[in-house]
Structure formats: structure tokens, C-alpha cells
Design a binder for this molecule. Sequence first.
Ligand code: XUL
Ligand code: CO
Length: 437
Amino acid sequence: MAFFPQIQKVQYEGAESKNPLAYRHYNPEEVIEGKKMKDHFRFSAAYWHTMKWSGMDPFGAPTFFRSWENATDDVANACNRVRVFFEFCEKMQMPYYCFHDRDVAPEGATLAETNRNLDEVVKVFQEEQERTGIRMLWGTANLFSNPRFMHGAATSCNADSFAFAAAQVKKALEVSKELGAQGYTFWGGREGYMCLWNTDMKREVDHLATFMHMAIDYAREIGFDGQFYFEPKPKEPTKHQYDFDSAACINFLRAYGLQDKVKMNIETNHATLAGHAVEHELEYAAMQGFLGSIDANSGDMLLGWDTDQFPTDVYMTTKIMLILLKYGGFTTGGLNFDAKIRRESTDPADLFYAHIGGMDTFAKGLKIAAAMRASGELDQMVADRYASWNTGIGAEIEKGTQNFRTLSDYMLAKGEVEELTSGHQELYENVVNRYLF
Ligand code: XUL
Ligand code: CO
């Protein structure tokens, strides 16, 4: 049975197409810089937004009424929903997906029943993976919705909350292995705090590291060899989250001996919440060797919270693709649309328009980024800006043959910094614009 009978498989039709259900730039088989577009992006749909977002917000009830949902949200309904999801992914030519344990199966009266519910639904995922070839990019566990996690999970003041979270992640790792997931993501949820008066920060952060080590040890024990990711987010739901941004996360990973086991999953809207741009977060993670995966979305600067909108800004996708190309692209990671349609976008077709827009915006960004790299114009301008480091004193500092004494002698003899050049920011911006329009 088809749940989207009026929608055919979305195909590439070229830039001139006016068909709202076609790709204008995303051409999966097209080769750019020696790699197919589909392999550059490794696009993924997020189950929690695409299937579970109901349109509910803090001020109002759900606005989406889907023909495939029943009122009870039982296991049978959850299984049926998986079929809907795979029809969606198939029609979108979406090669990957991600979910939290609680997105896909309802919680039972006990942990044992909850695990059984999950097993039932995972069987359907397995069938649908077999049927379609669509694969799981990464799995994760929801350690934030249930009231038992009101103080956090791994960083809770309550040891039982930690233990429950551990039991949940144990099961989520088993399921990720069963489904052949290529990764597993830790997102903090409530791993942070609201008030330092009642918080033992050192103890909480130590516990977070203990939790991650336990998860990784268990994964290795059961033979799950997916890549682990840490997803930064500075606030929401707590005021101070321990996974604030790339720099804070990487410091944490290094401080606790996790640096060889975990990479970063960077989300655009989380970057902006941290007062950064996504390109800053990505470049920082990548230059430190932590480039892992991307949660693709965008925020609304006027609203300032985690609006999780689909990306439509070609400037932004160009910047992201430039960094991805520079660092050799994804290995285990991909571009997961951690994005939701607006609560006023009530038609099932809106799910398609949203993802098509996101994929086309990234495809256009990739083409522009590749053209910029092919000409080498911008790279040359940046290289010229740093020319003083290529010879003379600059080269010697980089080689490590100078020290404060020799540099002081050098400057005493020379007297003043010479040849300070313009930063030409406006010129750079104009050059970039030439590739965009
Ligand atoms: C929350 C968020 C999560 C993670 C997975 O803001 O981004 O959905 O991506 O837990
Ligand atoms: Co995310």
C-alpha cells in the first residue's frame, strides 16, 4: 500500500525545471571532484522530525493529522509508521536515516517491555532495509524526554537515572549493531545544569566521561564498530550544557581520554545558538581531526532558539561544502536533516518539498564550492595574505629555530613591523559572490 500515492520518485530534472517534486541540482550520479554527489552528501532523514513531529509547540496542540497514525500510538502503529518512512525515503532517493530509540517504538510499562517494543519495530526496519537498501547512518537514545531524566541522564544527581540511561544506551547500541548503523551519536539532552548553587559540576562532567567510556566499551564488546559522535549544543533544554561547542567538546574528549574514539557531529542551528557560524564549528572540529558528521538545518536569527528549519541558504551550504571538500569529505558520517517543517505546513507533501529544498541547496553549494576550488583564486588570496610566513623570520619561527631572545634581537635590529597589508575583506566577499551569481 502506498501512503503517498500522488507522489512519484523524485528525480533530477535540471536547473530549469519548475516541477516542485523534482531535483534541480541534486543529481545523485553526477561526479564532482571525482566523487558521485550521493557519496559527497550521504543524505539522511531524521525519524524524530519527519515521522514524530506533530506540530505541537508550547502554545498549541498538534497540527498534523496523518492518515497512517492511529490514536493510541501502539506497537502496531509504530511498525506501520516505519513502512511509511521507507516509502518516503525511497521516493526521495534518501540513502540513510537516523533515529532515537524512543522515536521508533513506544515506551512500555517496564524497561523490559520497552525493550520488547523496540525489538518488534526493529524487525520492520530490518525488512525495509532489505527491501530498499536504505541504511542507518547513526542511532541514538532519547535520554531527555522522560521525567526520570529531569536532572539529566549521565550527569544526573541521581545514580539510578545514570543506570537507567546506561540500560537504554546498551539496548540502543545492540539495535544499532543489528541494523548495521554506521555510527552512534551522543547528544547531551539534559547533560548540563540550570543553577550552580545546587550543582557539583566536576562530579557531573566526570560521570559523563564514565558513561561514554562504558558505552564505547560495551560497543566493542558486542562487535559494534560504528563511529561514535558527540553533538555540541550550548543551551536548550538546560542553561549551561557541557557540550557547548566544538572547542568545549574536544577539550572534554581529550581531558578524559576519549579523543581517539569519538568525533564531532556538528549541527548548524546549535552552532548559531553558541554564537558561532556553522563554518566556524566545522572548521574547528575538522582542523583538530574531529570531523565526523553533520546535522543539517538552519536557525532563525530573529527568533534565536533551536528552530530546526530546513537549509535554504546557498551561501551557508557553499561554506559547509568548501570545508567538507577541503578535509576530504565524510567517511562514516553524512548530512542528516535534523530539520522539521513548520507547524503550519500541514500537508504530507510538505515533507517532500522541505527535503528537496535542503538537498538542492546543498547540491548547488557543492557545485559552487567545487568551482571555487578548481580556480584556486580564493586559496591563492589567502596564501598570499600569509606570505610573510613562507620565507625569512616567519619560516624560521614555523621551523622552530627561533626563540624570544632571537626574536627580540631581530626586532631591535629591524625597528618596526613592515609591510602590513590590507585584509581586503570586501574584496574577498566580492570574489566569493562572483561564484554565486
Ligand atoms: C537536539 C538535537 C538532537 C540530536 C540527537 O537539538 O539536535 O535531535 O541530533 O539526539
Ligand atoms: Co541534532
